[in-house]
Design a protein around this ligand. Structure first.
Ligand SMILES: [Zn+2]
Length: 443
């Protein structure tokens, strides 16, 4: 018993020691120098991809940015392909790249994207010293360049050849095509053959994302017996659909509000005698008379959660509240999954320890976990249920999703160094150090 306990203790402690290694080894120092030497080249590269407008629905632009990265990854020895999506999904596609290293070494998945929210007419890059302004500089082309230049430094150091690295740059992160199960199939499949996922959405100097809330929607449809208003609340006529729906949404607020990381919002509500509601456009109309007990009412809202467990518990409570109908009414609730949650697993925190160790060894200070409430859902969320990972490893800047987006180029170098040293430290360790076992996947 005692031996087993001390072994378990050692096993738990071992990665922390490596992760917290507080100085750079000679090899790591050389990796850092490679990143420093290639910094201006990385900035020029970023300028090139920023100046190709690639709003999500501008397919040619999205693919053109993808082709620039494809050529670079080909030259690093990756096997690359452009994934075309079925026409009904209506999106440009994704860039996928694979690099096989030592069998048994951790399989790392890197996530970026090629599209932007803002749609510029042409080149937007303007550099002033260490600040670059341009659409997509931070979200997320800077993050994509962090990935590329970290990998280049690892290749120069001779480390990349041993590493198992898969990359996906989605073409529609900002406005995903539907159905998500088809649109994100390649991302999820890559997750199934990887041990960890690292995403390069915009970051900060002193924190990374270890958890992101998931997003879903719900819709309650209530019905009542149409009749003369004089009889409302009587056993025969009942309460009508609108009172039933009001009871339900008020019940949600009274019984569910306040739990940490859980939010649910009623986006819209429509009720009356003749009700039309468009669930896709989220718009509707209602008509009735003031002396009619309402026949139909619909409420539509979202539900954000930190774990599948929280999502399911909440849905069950919502179903219970719905089921306690007022006299003469009925109601049903339906749920639609959008983004799963990336829960704050022990494995995510272990990766943070390694990243923090790399940052400190480089002299960039401590890195802690960002409050999950401050991040919406992202592409890493789709593999959150299967893999441990980190997000927010990308560029540091301001104004994402806005025309005056800008990025700090000195921080771009810091992020590239941190990613390179982090990958150097974890990339050759056994897969079993990181793969989520069924027991630890229980969260
Ligand atoms: Zn993004």
């Amino acid at each position: 018993m005692r031996l087993r306990a001390s072994l378990a203790c050692l096993a738990a402690f071992a990665p922390a020691v490596t992760g917290a290694q507080s100085t750079l080894s000679g090899a790591e120092q050389r990796i850092r120098e490679t990143v420093e030497k290639s910094h201006e080249q990385a900035v020029t590269y970023l300028q090139k991809v920023v100046n190709i407008p690639s709003n999500t629905l501008k397919f040619a632009g999205v693919k053109a940015v993808g082709m620039v990265f494809k050529a670079s990854l080909d030259s690093l020895g990756f096997t690359t392909k452009w994934v075309t999506l079925p026409a009904e999904v209506g999106r440009a596609g994704h860039l996928v790249a694979e690099h096989k290293g030592k069998p048994g070494a951790v399989r790392i998945m890197l996530i970026g994207h090629l599209d932007t929210v803002v749609e510029p007419d042409g080149p937007t890059w303007v550099r002033t010293d260490s600040i670059a302004k341009g659409v997509g500089t931070g979200d997320i082309k800077g993050g994509d360049v962090v990935i590329l230049y970290a990998l280049k430094a690892l290749q120069a150091a001779g480390s990349l050849k041993d590493m198992n690295i898969s990359i996906i740059f989605t073409g529609d992160e900002e406005h995903p095509g539907e159905p998500l199960a088809i649109d994100r199939k390649d991302l999820i499949d890559m997750g199934k053959r990887s041990d960890i996922a690292l995403a390069f959405e915009g970051g900060n100097k002193s924190d990374v994302t270890v958890a992101r809330r998931g997003a879903s929607s719900w819709r309650v449809t209530a019905t009542g017996r149409q009749g003369h208003s004089a009889g409302v609340f009587s056993p025969g006529a009942g309460y009508g659909a609108i009172y039933e729906l009001a009871r339900i949404v008020n019940g949600f607020r009274e019984q569910l509000a306040g739990e940490q990381y859980l939010t649910f919002n009623v986006g819209t509500i429509v009720g009356g005698t003749d009700v039309d509601y468009d669930t896709v456009g989220v718009k509707g109309s209602a008509a009735s008379k003031l002396n009619i007990i309402s026949k139909s009412a619909i409420a539509h809202g979202d539900l954000r959660f930190i774990s599948e467990d929280q999502k399911e518990r909440t849905r069950n409570k919502m179903r219970e509240i719905v089921a306690k109908h007022l006299a003469g009414t009925d109601a049903k609730i339906t749920f639609l999954d959008e983004y799963p949650a990336m829960a704050p697993t022990p494995g995510n925190l272990k990766l943070l320890e390694y990243y923090d160790g790399a940052s400190q060894a480089l002299g960039y200070g401590r890195v802690e976990a960002l409050d999950p409430g401050r991040r919406g859902a992202g592409d890493i969320s789709f593999v959150g249920p299967i893999l441990d990972g980190l997000d927010g490893l990308g560029a540091i800047g301001t104004g994402s999703h806005a025309p005056d987006e800008r990025v700090n180029l000195n921080a771009l170098k810091m992020q590239t160094e941190r990613t390179a040293i982090f990958l150097e430290r974890i990339g050759k360790l056994p897969s079993t150090n990181f793969s989520r076992t069924p027991a630890s996947g229980n969260h």
